[in-house]
Design a protein around this ligand. Structure first.
Ligand code: BES
Ligand code: MN
Ligand code: ZN
Length: 501
């Protein structure tokens, strides 16, 4: 898909389609007004006859509007003018893209980026439009022998900005939006890949691809032998029931021209979580291929980062592992010694994510990081608490938590903070080891984070629980690519990169 920005008036556009907004009730946007004038009231006439109310997402496609050079005009309902918010803006863009794709317009000039969205500037509107477009056009069909291609797919979109002065801002928004979308689609591709293909070795291959594609990236793969030597008894235990070797892929991005302290991203990479001996119920178990969503998110963010070429140092860790039952598998009752030396009593082999992450979190101490953020499809309880809209955020460091919340608001890839108070730590007490891997009744997302917090004392740390946000279930099943956009936004902010005005 090709994107560009332009600043011009609608009547001068010679395109397959020009896209303009109509507000509720039947009120033309400034741009639609211009088209109406040159077409001698053609559009206002239609509205008067009741063809379009202007409700959000309503579409009306017109052909051969008098005196208009473009073949088609797509009128898009934008709701009440003063109520147009971020969510509606994104939805309107998505619907527009789908409609354009179906109508057979191969190119379009879109004026929706000129609409007023509360509190948001041109940079934001263009970037969101790019991300929403790429999200909309994504499909995962690499494993289908018959691919369904749109007959005349959309190839090129021009977003209009109000003034020429804003062209450079729009261009920056395009390049940032494309970089984010590339990472997002990398994330979706690996997350959607089935677990017989996407195993820990496959994750390591993806890391290698990044290394090959970018001079700023190097990788290192830590296998079971090395984990043994490092004393990663907890990580190793989880993978013991699987025929696939546990592999931890380290992706180093060196963008600062110095050895300044890196930001470290650690992703839970359970390429399949059967629950192990504490086997999960059968229904919906296929979705546990997405239990590597954290690793996919980290890989995607590293891809976006490399594409943006930001002047910071970042290390991504994909904690690849498979949780299977078997005669060699770890069991409930086992006591494991973690890399930190702390011992853990396993009460449920399905609470495996924290057991893999805790050793990865100890491992990354060696990088003397400025901050560590782990990303994990960690708890079903998070889906109960926040549903599919917000990622759970837990942190022992307020400034880091706020930076992440800000990034999540800016990107629209939203997170919500849950408490991490000392009181919850008591739920992890064990009679046989330092603590257990099971928090017992209540606050499952928090007690999981409490567990991790015992391994993150040496640096500033935040935890993202993406159990509800990483993928969609049902007819529209698939990876969402979250939280690549939020993480990339955080990194953009960290690097001090110029964005909007
Ligand atoms: N990967 C799951 C969490 C999960 C479940 C994410 C459903 C998304 C949807 C995790 O490994 C797990 O099984 N967690 C258990 C923890 C429990 C045993 C303490 C859970 O949430 O039930
Ligand atoms: Mn599990
Ligand atoms: Zn899991």
């Amino acid at each position: 898909m090709e994107f560009s920005v332009k600043s011009g008036s609608p009547e001068k556009q010679r395109s397959a389609c020009i896209v303009v907004g109509v507000f509720e009730p039947r009120r033309l946007s400034a741009i639609a007004e211009q088209l109406d004038e040159i077409s001698e009231g053609y559009i206002s006439n239609l509205l008067r006859r009741g063809d379009l109310e202007g409700k959000p997402g309503q579409m009306l496609l017109l052909h051969h509007v008098p005196n208009v050079l473009s073949e088609r005009v797509l009128l898009v309902g934008c709701g009440k003018e003063r109520e147009l918010d971020e969510r509606q803006y994104r939805q309107i863009i998505s619907k527009t893209i789908n409609t354009l794709n179906e109508t057979g317009s191969m190119e379009a000039v879109c004026f929706l980026s000129e609409l007023h969205v509360k509190g948001r500037d041109t940079y934001w509107k263009v970037r969101q439009a790019i991300e929403a477009t790429q999200d909309c056009l994504y499909s995962f069909d690499s494993l289908k022998t018959r691919k369904s291609e749109a007959r005349r797919p959309l190839r090129k979109i021009v977003f209009n900005v109000p003034t020429r002065r804003e062209l450079p801002i729009g261009e920056r928004a395009i390049s940032h939006g494309l970089a984010v979308s590339e990472g997002t689609s990398t994330c979706k591709n690996v997350a959607n890949m089935p677990p017989n293909i996407c195993n820990p070795a496959y994750l390591a291959e993806q890391a290698k691809i990044l290394e090959n594609d970018y001079d700023t990236v190097t990788t290192e793969i830590v296998g079971e032998k090395e984990m043994e030597a490092l004393g990663m008894g907890s990580y190793l235990a989880v993978g013991r029931g699987s025929a696939n070797e546990s592999l931890m892929s380290i992706i180093k991005y060196n963008g600062a021209n110095d050895d300044s302290a890196p930001i470290v991203l650690v992703g839970k990479g359970l390429t399949f979580d059967s629950g192990g001996i504490s086997l999960k119920p059968g229904a919906g178990m296929d979705e546990m291929k997405y239990d590597m969503g954290g690793a996919a998110g980290v890989l995607g963010a590293m891809h976006s980062l490399a594409e943006l070429n930001l002047p910071i140092n970042v290390i991504g860790v994909l904690a690849g592992c498979e949780n299977m039952p078997g005669s060699n598998a770890y069991r409930p009752g086992d006591v494991l010694t973690t890399m930190s030396g702390q011992t853990v009593e396993v009460l449920n082999t399905d609470a495996e994510g924290r057991l893999v992450l805790c050793d990865a979190l100890t491992y990354v101490e060696r990088f003397e990081p400025e901050a560590v953020i782990d990303v994990a499809t960690l708890t079903g309880a998070c889906v109960v608490a926040l549903g599919k809209h917000a990622t759970g955020l837990l942190s022992t460091h307020n400034p880091l938590a706020h930076e992440l919340l800000n990034a999540s608001e800016q990107s629209g890839d939203r997170a919500w903070r849950l408490p991490l108070w000392e009181e919850y730590q008591d739920q992890l007490e064990s009679p046989f080891a330092d603590f257990t891997n099971l928090g017992g009744k209540g606050a499952g997302t928090i007690t999981a984070a409490c567990f991790l917090s015992r391994f993150t004392k040496k640096y500033n740390w935040a935890h993202l629980d993406i159990a509800g946000t990483a993928w969609r279930s049902g007819a529209n099943k698939g990876s969402t690519g979250r939280p690549v956009s939020m993480l990339t936004q955080y990194l953009l902010n960290k690097s001090g990169a110029e964005q909007g005005e």
